[in-house]
Design a protein around this ligand. Sequence first.
Ligand code: NAD
Length: 320
Amino acid sequence: MVSFEYKAVGFVGLGAMGKPMAGHLAKKLPPGALVYVFDVAQVAVDDLCKEFPNRVVKSASAKEVAEKCDIVITMVPEGAHVKSVYLDPQTGICSTDISNKLLIDCSTIDTATSLLVKEYITKNFPTASFYDAPVSGGVVGAVKGTIAIFLGCSETDANLPRLTHLLHMMGKSIIPCGGPSLGLAAKLSNNYLSGIIAIAASEAFDMGMRSGLDPRVLQKVYAAGTGQNTICDKFTPVPGVYKEAPSSNGYQNGFKVQLMRKDFGLAVDMAKRVGSKNVLGELGLKTYTDAMNDPRCRDLDSRVVYRFLGGNEDWMKDID
Ligand code: NAD
């Protein structure tokens, strides 16, 4: 097996996803390698430094992380944060010499911002490499190290073996998607699909249940029929049908409806930009926007769209 040398790896953005991901690096990098971290929220930095005292080192800015490390991973919420982390003239990663460095952005953002950052880097530091690498699998996947990572690079990219080796410390499945920004395009089209399925599944369960069907029977029917999909199987929007689905636990610990709204909006914008006909986009976007603003749904797993659409959650008491 090929081995790679790691002296110092940087991580910027220690939120719900970034902190456990950086924690995996701290646990799995070879002895002697350090993890330099930065977040605008000091408490996240302090927590991780305390958990891994001889491994994780606090930095004063993204720029300082880049000065100390040959590889830097970023995981922040939106395009504006990615722009600031990379391009801020005083504190950004690109405000120091990043020649020959490997930069990996795991944030889920719009493809245009990712390409803008990549172009800036290619123009100013031709020997540096920048990749989009958004992830899927949620906070639970980040904690367990089982996330999927969609890499904006080709199968023949010279950096792919090194990227795969590093990213495998944080995730289970690493998929090269073809080229710059295509990891993001893949992630956004996946979340569009998953978001639409959740709405369709909620409506399908609701019409079946109102017609007199037990949702557990409906789930079996979908699983055996042409409607089979992961949302109905394992993220069942109706509570009490699949025990481990967030819906069965008060829609807690899932993929928040606000994040679905964000990704869905990015996907609809992408579809417009590339001229893809998109009849369900506006309806889906309105549904998630309204659900996100509904106090009964906000902060809960996005499959709470079943509640938003008026689905019966108390169905068990209507069954003999
Ligand atoms: P989060 O809000 O929990 O964490 C983001 C972190 O970035 C915060 O700690 C924040 O302080 C930090 N940050 C913001 N601006 C910064 C800056 N300029 N410099 C340094 N740090 C900065 O978000 P999250 O849930 O970890 O999500 C991060 C990204 O991953 C998002 O793009 C999200 O869509 C994506 N994602 C999230 C999930 C999920 O289930 N939470 C799943 C897959 C992908």
